[in-house]
Design a protein around this ligand. Structure first.
Ligand code: TYM
Length: 332
């Protein structure tokens, strides 16, 4: 299949309110691809079903996630923005890829181990085969690059293995995708337990800064962030809380760690925490204003969902038809 441009694909689950981890590790990096790549960014609502969802909340967050893509700088004219369940080819290819993905491979996935420990009463088959659906998302679009946070690298690597296995049996079917992990912000940590990643489904709201938190809430959460008992702002092993805050400050200001250490030399943690809160709130204010403007017009969002689904379905159908032919499924 001849491509005009290389393809970028990524997805976000509408399984909770988006956090600055999702923003710094993923969304904020997406717009850079708009000029030189054909870009697909998906709201992966089917993946969210692997954990029990309240239907009205899932619906609301699906609209919100699409609106946030745009509010964070993705122009819907230059990017295909769509909802996973609107393109049935994702589920179809996922089943096919399930048949090319090994039990052992899926058992080794860190996210499966973590989520099954957390939801011990609901270790469903979807949670286990989650990476096959994710591989289907990526492979349907003949994707070259997948910009994601560090925690998704393992899933993209499994996707590569499955694609290679399929290509060995049926040559030239899939493009082998490359995970792109940003240099900074790829693993933003919880403010309450800074050894763990910041997670949108964390039950403790003070551990997480949401993209839609108001200024006072953002500043309050950073003031309460867990840090060590030292006082000097410096990046060093074991200082997980301060290292995380320095990473966030660096992402929002573009300053490196040496410059941050110099800026806060002789000042305590409380000054620094306030500054991190302020730069975060300043950076998010325009995103929030644009988000509110977009959410006031649901019809516009629905029109975009329809447009995105139409564009995505055309590309997805090409790959799915090719896969079916290669496998010997009868096409009528
Ligand atoms: P999800 O919804 O958990 O997260 C969306 C994106 O945000 C990144 N991310 C983070 N980055 C830095 N620090 C953090 N604390 C942090 N938390 C989340 C994630 O790495 C991700 O890039 N399985 C995926 C969604 C998905 C997908 C795909 C991604 C489904 N199909 C195809 C890429 C391509 C997930 O659960 O992301």
């Amino acid at each position: 299949m001849q491509k005009e441009k290389p393809v970028s694909f990524s997805g976000i689950q509408p399984s909770g309110n988006l956090t600055i981890g999702n923003y710094l590790g993923a969304i904020r990096n997406f717009p850079a691809y708009s000029e030189n790549y054909k870009c697909f960014y998906c709201v992966v609502d089917l993946h969210a079903l692997t954990v029990r969802q309240v239907p009205a909340e899932l619906r609301r967050r699906t609209y919100e996630t699409l609106a946030l893509y745009i509010a964070c700088g993705l122009d819907p004219e230059k990017n295909t923005l769509f909802v996973q369940s609107h393109v049935p080819a994702h589920s179809e290819l996922a089943w096919i890829l399930d048949c090319f993905t090994m039990f052992g491979e899926l058992s080794r996935m860190t996210q499966f181990k973590e989520k099954s420990a957390k939801h011990a009463d609901n270790i469903n088959a979807g949670l286990f085969t989650y990476p096959s659906l994710m591989a289907a998302d990526i492979l349907l679009y003949q994707t070259d690059v997948v910009p994601v946070g560090d925690d998704q690298k393992q899933h993209v690597e499994l996707c590569r293995d499955v694609a290679q296995r399929f290509n060995n049996l049926y040559p030239d079917t899939f493009t082998i995708p490359e995970p792109i992990i940003s240099q900074s912000g790829a693993r933003i940590k919880s403010l309450a337990e800074p050894t763990r990643k910041m997670d949108k489904s964390d039950p403790n709201p003070n551990a997480v800064v949401y993209l839609l938190d108001d200024r006072d809430t953002i500043i309050r959460k950073f003031k309460r962030a867990v840090t060590d008992s030292e006082t000097s702002v410096r990046y060093a092993p074991g200082k997980d809380g301060i290292n995380n805050l320095m990473t966030i400050y660096s992402c929002f200001t573009g300053k490196d760690f040496a410059a941050i250490e110099a800026e806060f030399a002789g000042r305590g943690y409380s000054d620094f925490k306030l500054a991190v809160g302020e730069v975060t709130a300043d950076a998010l204010a325009p995103v929030q204003a644009e988000f509110r403007r977009l959410m006031a017009d649901k019809t516009y969002i629905e029109d975009l969902m329809r447009k995105g689904a139409r564009e995505a379905a055309i590309c997805a159908a090409r790959t799915l038809t090719k896969v079916k032919k290669k496998l010997g499924l009868v096409l009528i």
